[in-house]
Structure formats: structure tokens, C-alpha cells
Design a protein. Structure first.
Length: 75
């Protein structure tokens, strides 16, 4: 099955974890603006960043974005 990325769910995961963007940025040594770009869908998280963010927040990498299934036409 093929997937496309929907909106970023980082804001929701931060809320659930009780962390702020600033807390996460400080923990991972990222600029807060970079994380805000992810939240606002101005940038897609690179896999390495998504893994670090998910690990820090205690969630799965797949929980960071809405996943939209794309039906493949197989002939």
C-alpha cells in the first residue's frame, strides 16, 4: 500500500507529552523555528529528525503525520 503525508501532528504529540516546542528544541538541540516549520507544514521532517522527535516524545514515527492511503491501480 502506498501512503501520502497529510498534516503534521507534532503539535498534538507535544500536547500529549506535556512538552513545548521550546522544550523539544532544547532537548534535541534544534532551533524552535525548525520545529514550528514542521508544525505549520512548511517543511517535512527528515526521517532522522522524525525518529529523534518520536523517541523523545514517546510515540511512534507514524504518529507524527496523518497518513493518507493511496490506492494503487494494479493491472
Amino acid at each position: 500500500m502506498k501512503y501520502d503525508l497529510g498534516r503534521c501532528l507534532l503539535s498534538e504529540r507535544l500536547h500529549e507529552s506535556g512538552m513545548t516546542v521550546e522544550d523539544l528544541a532544547q532537548t534535541l538541540l534544534y532551533k524552535p523555528e525548525r520545529l514550528i516549520d514542521f508544525v505549520e507544514n512548511k517543511r517535512i521532517m527528515p526521517l532522522k529528525s522524525a525518529i529523534s522527535i518520536a523517541d523523545t516524545l514517546g510515540c511512534d514515527v507514524n504518529d507524527l503525520y496523518e497518513l493518507i492511503t493511496i490506492e494503487a491501480n494494479v493491472h
